[in-house]
Design a protein around this ligand. Sequence first.
Ligand SMILES: [Fe+2]
Ligand SMILES: [Fe+2]
Length: 192
Amino acid sequence: MDNIVKKVEEIIKRDSLSYQEQAVDHYDFWGEHIKYVYNEAIALAEKYKADSEIVRLGALLHDIALVRKVGDRENHHTNGRIIAEEILTELKYPEDKKVKVLGCVEHHRSSKNAMNLEELCVADADILAHFDNIPMLFHSMFTRKGVSLKDSRDYMRETFKKDFQDLSEHTKKEFKGRYKEICKTVLGDEYE
Ligand SMILES: [Fe+2]
Ligand SMILES: [Fe+2]
């Protein structure tokens, strides 16, 4: 398992670096997002007894279309599936397992789309990663000019709410306490 996961991790880190070199804001995809998704996904796979290799590869590859700047954001899950298939085929990854990883990539945008435990782990991890790296949210606020503090807070509140709603019921239940604390600390809100 470690071999294929290591190889894919190297590919993602390399692609992320070239994205970072070209992007105007030098966004570090690996360091600011994928690393967090990967770690959350590993923890969820263990907790939900999902196939760890499938989940790890799904987490590493889930945003590959964004990292490689292929197509638009709206379709990055379907474009990502195509790119992930090319990568895994190149690495001679077995067909039956490949299909499962591709499902994780295609269905990562909400736990509501998840067809199995592995897909659910990747979708939930993608959301939890936002809460692990709140400075990234501030960064995206501050790079938008002329936004008032009130609008910033409303934007963050909506983002948090949508993320929380997109979690699977089980993860939502477990995460609720931390979510409440985050809303209180970051937004100055009481939890509703
Ligand atoms: Fe995504
Ligand atoms: Fe993501």
